[in-house]
Ligand binder design. Sequence first.
Ligand code: FES
Length: 146
Amino acid sequence: MSDFEPKIVAFFCNWCTYGAADLAGVSRLDYPPNFRVVRLPCTGRLNPKYILEAFKRGADGVWVSGCHPGDCHYIAGNYHARRKFVLLHHMLETLGVEPGRLHFSWISSAEAIKFQEVARDVVEKVRACGPNESFRKAELGLAEVA
Ligand code: FES
């Protein structure tokens, strides 16, 4: 078994997943400490360039999580986020970045157990990808073309 511990940047909506993470902590649910959380007012406000920047600065994985469909406090922000996420996922795949590095989920503030399960799953999938080398190679490839 590898000693590799992935570094994961987690963009969480303030109204749901951030609350779930808080509830998981208060409920003493054990989950991996591999995340650095960035709290957002809504996942719809997440510009994809921040995801790319996280990879560029050495994150092994990125996890975006927001309100369930129909529950976004800004009506459709999470739908916009999902659309951007799907496009970015395809783009990263085209660049040769493993799909297991980028994750998206819906977790409400009452779902601490789901938070724990998804957190473990995200860490295991990013761990399986290994250290983030492919994004740097993809970035170098683009730099050579430009
Ligand atoms: S307010 Fe949570 S995703 Fe929009």
